[in-house]
Design a protein around this ligand. Sequence first.
Ligand code: SAM
Length: 288
Amino acid sequence: MVCIATALIEFRAAISPGEWRKFCGEIRKHPLVSFLHEDPFTSYGFRKPRGYPGDAVLLDFIYGQGASPAAVSAATPLGSSLYRECIQHVSFEAIRDRRDNIANQLLELGKARGRTKILSVACGHLREGHALLSAAQSERPRSFVAVDQDPVTLANVSAEHRGIGVRTVCATVLDLIHSGPKFGSFDFIYSAGLYDYLSDSVSFRLLSSLTQMLRPGGRLLIANMAPDLSSVGYIEAIMDWWLEFRTATQLGNLAKRLITDSPRLTARVSARTFVAYLEIEFSASTEV
Ligand SMILES: C[S@@+](CC[C@H](N)C(=O)[O-])C[C@H]1O[C@@H](n2cnc3c(N)ncnc32)[C@H](O)[C@@H]1O
């Protein structure tokens, strides 16, 4: 499987985007692809049972959580061995690192600032939130709002995160753009796995709305998959799963106009394996 992923990424780099799209349509007719689809992760990503790509159930295959262990047990021997290879792939590790990075930031925020107000945008199954169960009561969020467009996903969050008092809100990116302040104001707003599906213009409008929901001293964190993702050929060709990749610099460029217009905002970008991060802080001081 790793060999296939490597061959695909090399081929993708060698041809034009248009030729690659055409090739992806053709390759899926190859008999080998039906064997690859015995892997329950690959098959789920390709089928998109919720009608949109990259839902929380798919992410659970990467985290090894939720319904994924049962789906792997029910797979063919070939399917489960392909999955075991997938789950060790460095690109899977990068997404688990993204979850763990945000979990650590939630814990550190509680330690540094006590009981804060948090907003998770496109929360999925909120797997990073489990870390808060180990936090002292005085370091747990004062309020935690989890927004997603998918009501089934949110029902799962309500059931699994009672311990940290999460309030779920079913809303879309457009709802956040048009009525952001109605959702409240927050010390920490974060979004992972959403900007991967948004155009630059929608990304900018959402960024602008989210920064207006920050409390003084608050921080916004956006994670975006980076274009060097080593499984990109596999996910596009075999799973028909397409993302909007951005480098840290490209993410930073989205924020430039906001920073210029608002002296109390500062931005910083960083990168970890295959994931770019943008952080925007809203200064607590009005004297900037
Ligand atoms: C790839 S998952 C990421 C979930 C979670 N943040 C994580 O890191 O595991 C993307 C999530 O974004 C949500 N989503 C996608 N498009 C959305 C939109 N336009 N408005 C609100 N939520 C959206 C999906 O329902 C899904 O739960």
